[in-house]
Design a protein around this ligand. Structure first.
Ligand code: G
Ligand code: G
Ligand code: MN
Ligand code: NA
Length: 254
């Protein structure tokens, strides 16, 4: 309960920060995007993981306010990068289940993009299979609304949920993100290799691209390149970083 009260205050106390983790093209190894990852730097407790406070925010409904704050903070940053003439790479924001199901999501996003003059191709969302499969028909409708704004959509942690291939085929998705658990085991476990290459194959045949998450070793990278994975994210290249470090990376790649 105490943590809930503190989370309520976190926004006004400027304790929430968006970190940025680069994604690179598997071929050129150039930065092609960022994932926005929320951090709570608490005055006494230090850094609190979103794995802890996002579920709390979901339970208490605070997720709506926090989720909108993340979207707006990312748009404010994109505007600043654009004004400084940096070559913009798209930023992907994670959505939670309640946010995804809230009726006005597309309208709220459109308003924020508009007010910061953000090109919709600069902004992406990551959803999970379980969020989509909770109510597949309404999910398809919401995803279409977001696609109509011009955003790209990714399925996060792909392979760990229960997506029916029959729905997957009908979903307006751009990327499948291969879950870290498979990447951890590739090059060591033939069944993880098979799952990873199957996901790459499914994505390709459905006209989607693949992002491997949690890539930590040269061997994993080699395997993914050999098997035509499109994009790579993980500590091997970059950790999630504060915005100033992300800005320096963009500055260098100009
Ligand atoms: O950054 P880290 O690996 O600690 O993230 C832990 C979890 O928190 C991941 O599942 C990630 O998707 C989630 N997460 C991080 N930032 C956000 C956010 O802004 N919104 C939502 N809904 N989840 C987030
Ligand atoms: O659920 P989601 O995929 O959004 O979670 C992203 C989380 O994965 C973030 O908390 C981020 O810090 C973490 N992460 C990103 N790259 C790596 C990696 O290479 N190894 C590990 N162990 N975690 C990673
Ligand atoms: Mn994610
Ligand atoms: Na993930």
């Amino acid at each position: 309960l105490e943590l809930e009260a503190e989370l309520r205050q976190a926004i006004v106390k400027n304790e929430l920060h968006v970190y940025y983790q680069p994604k690179v093209d598997a071929g050129s190894e150039k930065i092609v995007g960022f994932e926005a990852l929320l951090r709570w730097v608490h005055s006494d407790r230090g850094m609190i993981s979103p794995g802890v406070f996002i579920p709390l925010a979901e339970q208490t409904g605070l997720i709506h306010e926090i989720g909108l704050w993340v979207i707006e903070d990312v748009c404010r940053q994109l505007r600043q990068w654009a004004d400084q003439d940096y070559a913009i790479v798209p930023v992907a924001v994670n959505l939670s289940a309640k946010q995804f199901q809230s009726v006005d999501l597309a309208k709220q996003v459109a308003t924020i993009l508009d007010s910061y003059h953000i090109d919709s191709s600069w902004f992406e969302f990551e959803l999970t299979e379980s969020m989509i499969m909770q109510n597949p028909l309404s999910s398809i409708r919401i995803m279409k609304e977001l696609k109509d704004l011009g955003l790209r959509l990714a399925v996060d942690d792909f392979g760990t949920g229960y997506s029916s291939l029959n729905y997957l085929r009908r979903l307006p998705l751009d990327y499948l993100k291969i879950d870290r658990s498979f990447i951890d085991d590739v090059t060591q476990d033939l069944s993880a290799d098979a799952v990873a290459t199957s996901i790459i194959g499914i994505a390709r045949s459905l006209g989607m691209q693949t992002i491997a998450e949690g890539v930590e070793t040269a061997e994993q990278l080699m395997f993914l390149k050999d098997n035509n994975c499109d994009f790579i994210q993980g500590f091997y290249f970059y950790r999630p970083m504060p915005v100033d470090d992300a800005t320096s990376l963009l500055e260098r790649s100009c």
